[in-house]
Write a protein that binds this ligand. Structure first.
Ligand code: GLP
Length: 240
């Protein structure tokens, strides 16, 4: 693992944007794996700016998001479809048909998981962006998820529901299930960039970098990947 320690959130976002920009200039036909949450918002802002300045184009880019809540429609402001459109897609020159997220309102969710896997089979992810949950989840792969998992429906952990409730008006509105790509699916990416900011992530970062490789801490699987770059601010690395 390469660990890039930066001073603050802004610098974390800038470093990640530079790596992606350099890649897109060299290889315009790229597949990106994208994440949601607060962490990558700054990165998306920087990519939008660089795209508007014509530093590179998203016209040849295909994207796959990690996950989506079950039961939220695409135009629900709390859905990851809405987030991605609002924070990235509507501002850039990507062909919307090439931007993929699992459909959390599919009638047959297991079939939706198989369809999503099928789509991803044809596009190996060149760069996967990841955040990390406080309990070590990546995507929505909660503790206990087998390392061999592919795209599947998950019951969200109590702590994840609580952490994500900050975006919802009422606790009862927070979805309890999601579709997520699996840990094995994530590991197939050629390169992984994990972003972390803030002291609340320090414990998770310590376990990610130094801890035992175990299914009870899903992100620890990344220690087995040969091309992982962690970009974290000093607050997130305080326990290192
Ligand atoms: C959610 C997402 C993850 C994300 C995590 C951390 O659970 N499914 O992909 O990494 O939250 O979010 P944040 O970046 O807001 O701390």
């Amino acid at each position: 693992m390469e660990i890039i320690s930066v001073t603050h959130y802004e610098e974390m976002s800038e470093r990640a944007a530079s790596i992606i920009a350099e890649h897109l200039r060299a290889k315009p036909q790229t597949t990106l794996g994208l994440a949601t949450g607060s962490t990558p918002e700054g990165l998306y802002e920087k990519l939008i700016k660089r795209n508007l300045q014509k530093e590179f184009s998203f016209k040849g880019v295909t994207t796959f998001n990690l996950d989506e809540y079950v039961g939220l429609s695409k135009d629900d402001p709390n859905s990851y479809h809405y987030y991605m459109n609002d924070k990235l897609f509507k501002h850039i020159d990507i062909n919307p048909e090439n931007a993929h997220l699992p459909n959390g309102t599919a009638v047959d969710l297991d079939q939706e998981c198989r369809n999503y896997e099928g789509l991803m089979k044809d596009h190996q992810i060149d760069i996967q962006i990841l955040g990390i949950g406080l309990n070590g989840h990546i995507g929505f792969n909660e503790p206990g998820t087998p390392f061999s998992s592919r795209t599947h429906v998950v019951d969200l952990a109590e702590s994840t529901i609580k952490a994500n409730s900050r975006f919802f008006e009422k606790m009862e509105d927070v979805p309890t299930k999601a579709i997520t790509i699996g840990l094995e699916t994530i590991m197939e990416a050629k390169k992984i960039i994990l972003l972390a900011s803030g002291e609340q992530k320090a414990e998770a970062m310590k376990r990610l970098i130094d801890g035992e490789i175990t299914e009870s801490f899903p992100a620890s699987i990344l220690q087995k990947h040969s091309n992982v770059v962690i970009i974290a601010d000093q607050a997130a690395l305080t326990l290192m």
